[in-house]
Each structure stands twice: as C-alpha cells, then as structure tokens.
Write a protein that binds this ligand. Structure first.
Ligand code: PLP
Length: 411
C-alpha cells in the first residue's frame, strides 16, 4: 500500500481566503444592494504595458515560422533576458553578476517554495511573523518542522516577531538558525529595512554560516533613498544570500508568469563531509532536472520590460499603485488609525482600533463601509490585531473606499 507524505497533514486547511469568501458571500446575501469593494487582493489589476504586449506578439509570430520557431530553451533562461536583468537591475547598483548566477523561472512562488529542497532537513529555519505563507508551508511539507502548536506556531521553527513595538524590524534570534527568510519590502506589513538593518542579518549569516533567502518581489515599489533594492548592496551578501525577484508586481506578470533567482557562485553550505559546496551548482542541478524553462514567448515579453519604453511604462504602473497606497494610508491616518507600510510597498498594514482582533475588524469594515481587506492573523500569530489593505485596486474604487472609511467607519 502506498503511503502519503505525512508532513502535508501538519498543515491547516487554507482557511484565510475561504473564510473571507464565506463572510463576504453571507454579507452580500443579507445586503443584496451593497456595493462591496475589495481592498484585500494581492493581485494586480492594470493590464500589461504596451511594450510587453508588442514583445509577446513578435515572439508569437516567430513561433509561427520554421526558421525562427523555438522548442526547448535553456532551463536557466535565455541569455538575452539574463543579460538585460544584470545590466539594468544590478550593474547600476554596483553589483556584478555572471550570467550563470541568474536563473529565470515561471514565478517567485515556485522559486521560494522549491529552494528549500537543496538544503538538508536538519537545518533550522527562521521566518518573520507575520509572513508570506509559502516559506513556512514548504518547509512543513518537506518535514523540516514539528507539528502546529496551540499558539499557532510550528515546532522547530524560529519565529521572528515583527510588530509596531520593534518597528517591524526582525531581531536576531537567541538560538542559532541556518536558513533565514527575509522579504523586503514586506508582504504583508509593507515595511522595509534600511541598509544598516539588513547588514545586521548579513553579518549574522556570515558569522554563523547561515543562508539568507531574500525575497525582493516588491523591490520596484521602493520610493525612498537608503532602502536597499537588492541584498547584494550589502557588503558580504554575495557569500550568504540568494535573492528572488519577480515580474509579477512591477510589470503586471501575475498571470503571465516570469521571475528570476540569483544564486551567486560564492554562496556555499556544508556537505556531510564538512566541505563547503556551492549552492549555485545544486540549484542548477535542481532546475535542469525538474524544470524545462520559462516559455520563449514569455521571456521575450519580460525582455521588453527593459526597453526604454518598458522602463517608462513600469514606472507609470508603479506610480499608479503607489498613488492608491498614499490615498489609503492618509485616509486611514486621518481618522486616527495607526498605519504602517504603503510608502515603499503596495501594502498598508493597520492596527485594528480599540484592541479589536483582526477578524472583528474585518466584520466592522465589511458591515460599516462595505469594504473587504485581509485579517493580519492570517499571516501568522503576530499578525493578530492587524489588518492588510492593498493598493492594487483601480483608482476609482480606491478613492471611493477611502471616502467610505472616512465617513462611515466608527472608530
Ligand atoms: N513573494 C512574495 C512576498 C509575494 O507576495 C508573492 C506574490 O504575492 C510572490 C513571492 C509570488 O510571486 P510570483 O507571482 O512571481 O510567483
């Protein structure tokens, strides 16, 4: 008889979005005329930039011609895209990378989920709390954690609490950790780290031979000076960090699917024999075995992001969402709510008023203002009492939503 991977049973059901849907459906049934606006979505709403559309069309036409048709491409991605990535995203920031240190993929979700495969099960994992759930769940599936406890935390995982008290800056753990997931700008809190704050973690990783898994999916949203766009802006990071980037949120590729992961050849971890082994080689082995490359058409679309027109268009896209973020942030603050994020990220994280828990605030927002957001407790125990709104809606709905918050919400 075949048996299952029991680790999957340690995971609770995906309760958060199902419960949101249930409560919204019930509210709509009871209030059929209510115009409910969703400010909870983590998906973009603007269409792809014109330069990307043109790039995609041209690539489709190439596939129709015997002389330009492409079959399997390199598993690591086409050189034309990797070179543009390095020249545009890294070289201007003083970061040098070799072409074989960048791996193009079909999305950061796959990469941040799959990366843990190249590490031993005995590694101790640290995650921030609250957190983008994929880091934790994939380690649970692999068997790197204990069971889920009454406190909502898995055994054998080090949770780095991020809250208003520590200004959402994860503090170094008292016990040694091996794999450290850091996401900046952060989903869900919308907060960032300065170079000095990130350097603390790079120094820790160097001292303890740990590896930092740095998710920079929202890098393009950074507006302020002094916030690192890449972890490799920090001295020494090329020895200890893997970085994940995505075209999903900067260029609207959530449904088109393209991302990349940087694994410098200098990042190494120990073999059982006590030797240092380059993770680049392992990730290359993993990808060439399990992944057959991102479609040529899609990579041509991503390449167009780096054209002068593409760069202008994605700037405009980000400005559009960040204008929404400003409206939400200022609207919430104007009625006296404690608000975080939304300055260098498309996420606004607010403290529910009067000590309310996250779900109580969800119900309040829905019934009083007919708005839907995401309860912070869905991102981890330390998210309890907080709430996430996103700037990814259209401008008209966002303005209407904020007007309702100002005029209808009783805080
Ligand atoms: N990382 C973070 C922090 C995210 O919030 C998301 C998507 O919401 C992803 C990765 C996934 O990105 P992709 O669309 O490239 O899979």
């Amino acid at each position: 008889m075949a048996t299952i991977n029991e680790n999957y049973l340690k995971l609770p059901g995906s309760y958060l979005f199902a419960e949101i849907a249930r409560r919204v459906a019930k509210f709509k049934e009871e209030n059929p005329s209510a115009n409910v606006i969703r400010l909870g979505i983590g998906d973009v709403t603007r269409p792809l930039p014109q330069s990307v559309i043109t790039g995609l069309h041209a690539a489709v036409d190439e596939m129709a011609n015997e002389n330009t048709f492409r079959g399997y491409g390199p598993e690591q991605g086409y050189q034309f895209l990797i070179e543009k990535i390095i020249q545009t995203d890294y070289n201007p920031r003083g970061i040098q990378l070799d072409v074989d240190e960048v791996f193009v993929s079909d999305g950061s979700k796959s990469d941040v989920g799959n990366i843990q495969e190249i590490f031993g099960l005995e590694n101790r994992v640290a995650i921030t709390d609250p957190v983008y759930p994929v880091y934790l769940d994939t380690n649970v599936m692999a068997g790197r954690t204990g069971a889920l406890g009454q406190d909502g935390r898995f055994g054998n995982v080090v949770y780095l609490t991020c809250n208003a008290e520590n200004k959402f800056v994860p503090q170094l753990p008292s016990e040694k950790v091996d794999l450290i997931y850091i996401c900046m700008p952060n989903n869900p809190t919308g907060t960032t780290l300065t170079k000095d704050e990130l350097k603390v973690w790079v120094d820790y990783a160097k001292k303890h031979n740990s590896i930092i898994l740095y998710d920079a999916a929202y890098e393009a949203y950074i507006q302020e000076e002094g916030i690192p766009h890449s972890i490799y802006e920090i001295e020494g990071a090329k020895d200890v960090a893997i970085e994940f980037r995505s075209f999903s949120k900067n260029a609207g590729f959530t449904g088109t699917r393209c991302a990349f992961t940087v694994v410098p050849k200098t990042v190494k971890a120990l073999t059982a024999a006590g030797e240092l082994y380059p993770l680049n080689k392992l990730w290359n082995r993993r990808q060439t075995t399990k992944f057959n490359g991102t479609p040529y058409i899609i990579q041509k679309g991503a390449e167009a992001v780096y054209s002068p027109q593409g760069q202008q268009e994605i700037k405009a896209l980000i400005s559009y969402y960040m204008a929404n973020a400003k409206v939400i942030r200022e609207g919430l603050a104007s009625i006296g709510l404690e608000v975080y994020g939304g300055v260098n990220a498309p996420y606004i994280w607010l403290k529910a008023p009067n000590g309310m828990d996250s779900w109580a605030f969800f119900d309040k927002l829905l019934t009083e203002a007919h708005l839907v957001g995401t309860p912070g407790s869905g991102f981890g125990p330390a998210g309890q009492g907080y709430f996430r709104l996103t700037a990814f809606g259209n401008q008209e709905n966002t303005l209407e939503a904020v007007e309702r918050i100002k005029t209808r919400l009783r805080v």
